[in-house]
Design a protein. Structure first.
Length: 234
């Protein structure tokens, strides 16, 4: 039975796309029903897909090929985040200097923390440049990692993991640290946890979502500039 299912999936063209979307929608339903932060839809759906591939013995390359359409939607989905920013453009004009200083500080903290961690753990140059783009959106981070000589697949994994952690723990960190201002919350989530963090920011409020959307673009551009400079440190 397992071999028959494996053979059927390997011959089907779009099963990965359909299965991925179905797993994600099911995970969203589960999160809505339970209200548990740990049941992040992206984390749950990824776990379901991994278990399914291991259980059926289907090679990841086969799944990736059949789900490739999802990758085409990544960039336009990121661009659509500009809509809430446009609606809150007056806030950007009012707090422009503070916004860009905050995002710059976040990018610097990310780069420095990766440098110190790699130094402490004795990681190689390849691992170092692989992890440097961990806090920016996948659409930008993949290109940055490839250009710097990193391992793109591991970069994607670190980006997703960073985003999920920010999405799950962001609100808790805000409560512990007493951060209540919507602009500060949005900038923190967008700069540290990119698009996945922005999903949480949009749940917190429209202002949070707009500032987080801005952070994705600005932090991405700053990281593109910072990585070639920082890459030579290790």
């Amino acid at each position: 039975m397992k071999e028959i299912l494996k053979e059927f999936l390997e011959q089907s063209q779009y099963w990965g796309f359909v299965f991925s979307v179905g797993a994600y929608l099911s995970a969203c339903w589960l999160k809505e029903k339970t209200r548990l932060a740990l049941l992040n839809p992206l984390l749950v759906s990824a776990a379901v897909i991994i278990v399914f591939l291991l259980g059926t013995g289907v090679d990841y390359a086969v799944y990736s090929q059949s789900a490739s359409g999802l990758g085409w939607l990544l960039t336009p989905a990121t661009v659509c985040l500009a809509i809430p920013l446009y609606k809150q453009l007056h806030l950007l004009k009012k707090y422009g200097a503070a916004v860009f200083v905050s995002i710059g500080s976040g990018v610097a903290a990310s780069v420095v923390s990766i440098f110190l961690m790699c130094r402490l753990m004795g990681l190689s140059h390849v691992n170092y440049v692989t992890l440097l783009p961990k806090s920016i959106t996948t659409a930008i981070g993949m290109g940055v990692s490839e250009e710097a000589g990193g391992i793109v697949t591991l970069t994607v994994m670190s980006i997703i993991l960073t985003g999920v952690i920010g999405n799950v723990l962001g609100e808790l960190v805000f409560r512990i640290t007493g951060v209540r201002h919507p602009i500060a919350r949005g900038l923190a989530l967008g700069t540290s946890a990119h698009a996945i963090g922005t999903a949480k920011a949009l749940e917190l409020g429209e202002i949070e979502g707009a500032m987080s959307s801005l952070s994705i673009a600005v932090a991405g551009l700053m990281t593109v500039i910072a990585v070639p400079i920082a890459a030579n440190l290790i």
